[in-house]
Design a protein around this ligand. Structure first.
Ligand code: ZN
Length: 198
């Protein structure tokens, strides 16, 4: 008898309603939440992402996994990069952005829920993040660099927004055809993408 030990990990893709909703705050860090965090970390690694928000995993809760590489540290690192990059993967519970810098920068972004599509997004360079971690620490720090961008991208998912909602008209035109194809393909696949793991 052969045992098939393969499991499927599933992420939701653009067009799924769960990605358009407002995620609910987490009231209690119970065993289910800890399990969800563990599964989301695994999914982030398996899908090779630097961040994942619970709605992308099909769960409308305010949880985010960050796995931003330490090498992304800015030349002049923000306190958040110094504090948080050594702690990756990091699970944020009920994260919020307290303030945004007025300086902005433009970088290409992609998203595990928008496979193979990349486009430039203008965002504030730095944000002040406040969040609980899975371990129960409260963190509050200014985050810039790739970390600051990733935090903004992931927190957007908790409020039903995807980076494709933040494109300039020109950038949106560039990827309009690809997004249309993704939505059409996603509809056939119930807006899911899966990978098998052992
Ligand atoms: Zn995303």
């Amino acid at each position: 008898m052969i045992f098939n030990s393969k499991r499927q990990i599933t992420l939701r893709t653009l067009g799924d309603k769960v990605l358009a909703g407002t995620a609910a705050p987490i009231l209690n860090v119970d065993a289910d939440i800890v399990r969800l965090a563990r599964e989301m970390i695994e999914a982030t690694v398996v899908f090779n992402g630097i961040g994942l928000a619970a709605p992308q995993y099909g769960i409308s809760k305010r949880m985010v996994v960050l796995d931003v590489p330490a090498e992304s540290m800015s030349e002049v690192p923000t306190p958040g990069e110094e504090q948080l990059l050594p702690r990756m993967p990091l699970v944020l519970i009920n994260p919020e952005i307290l303030s945004y810098s007025t300086n902005t920068s433009i970088h290409d972004e992609g998203c595990l829920s928008v496979p193979d599509i990349y486009a430039p997004v203008e965002r504030p360079e730095k944000v002040v993040l406040r969040s609980m971690t899975l371990d129960g620490d409260m963190i509050e720090c200014e985050c810039g660099g790739l970390l600051g961008r990733c935090i903004q991208h992931e927190l957007d998912h908790l409020d039903g927004k995807c980076f494709t909602d933040r494109l300039s008209p020109e950038a949106a035109r560039e990827v309009a055809g690809e997004i249309k194809r993704l939505l059409r393909y996603g509809e056939k696949k119930s807006f899911m993408r899966t990978k098998s793991v052992k």
